[in-house]
Design a protein around this ligand. Sequence first.
Ligand code: UD2
Ligand code: MN
Length: 368
Amino acid sequence: MLKTFFSLLVCLAAFSLVCFALFLFYSENRKLFSIASLNRETNPEESAGPTGRPGKSLDPCADVPPNLQGVLQVEFRTNRTLQDVRNHVGPFLQQGGRYRPTSCRAKQKVAVIIPFRNRYEHLTHWLYYLHPVLMRQQLDYGVYVINQDGDGVFNRAKLMNIGFVEALKEYDYDCFVFSDVDLVPIDDRNLYRCSDHPRHLSVAVDKFNFILPYATIFGGVSALSEQQFLKVNGFSNTFWGWGGEDDDMSQRISYRRMFISRPDSVTGRYKMIKHKRDSHNDPNPRRIQKLRETYSNMDKDGLNSLNYTVREIRKDLLYTFVTVDVQADVDPDVSVSEFNQSKSQFKTSRTKNVSNLVSPAIHNSKAL
Ligand code: UD2
Ligand code: MN
């Protein structure tokens, strides 16, 4: 009896050992598989032409990228540094946050443009999650963070116009994805590509209980081809402070007889990093009135009236950081003492910045 019990026990132990070994083998293989598939994508020896440019002979990438994972685990409550992100995705990137697949010819050349000021923690999370997604989507892409210099009133839309102009100076992009720094997709089947009509990607945001708040919404993450963006004269430059600029773009799109296309509400799910309203970005009291004037203003307020000064262009492995003076008014809500204090800080930082200038110039996109 005892002997049978012992041999049963030995059998059970042997069986568990075999199971454990199989599990280890399987998970190791999976790891190898995913690293191998990324390496396959990024090994220039395999497929780039002799000049290092993507060989024209490459076959176009598949309509549906083969390595997508579907629903993603996204978590913001961890301490993450830019160096962690560089270690994580850096080996696959070129300076300036540039990437292109090497096993096939990307379907689109995409500039991802992030309007930005003082949201470094959000940017770290964004880069950590978005680079792998954009790589798996087999895009030929670059990431442009357009940083508003100084403490003036924030102007998200103008920063995005600037991103469009500055990105085009570097590369022949044909699609522009404009993204808030605090929005991370939780499904990588939501392709950061342009389509026949301007596309609104952030359809179901957790902050709005995963529903579209209203039918014409265009804020958050959106994608326009170069032609679509030129057709509407870009965004308005005159929405200072929070709100209205996205609805103005939505109206421009419909006045130019285009529609808003969207992924379905499962694919289009997003997490927004929780945040308070930033200083110098209070709701714009003029936004409702301004939205009544879109039709009469759109031909004279946009890309063809864009004026700004580039203070600095800094290339990181993970992004191109363009600091710009958008000629913002000083925020009227700032108290006099706060204003004086920030003004002197601003002066010091400007002097510091100016000494590092890469190519300061006044840009007027009328040339477009
Ligand atoms: C909503 C929209 C957003 C925009 C905004 C009104 C969605 C999901 N989002 O976001 O697209 O239309 O309302 O302007 O519909 N930012 C900085 N620093 C600042 C201020 C803003 O970097 O000091 C940038 C950053 O990329 C941020 C974005 O501007 O994500 C929008 O500002 P927000 O996050 O404060 O606005 P929110 O969440 O109400
Ligand atoms: Mn936000």
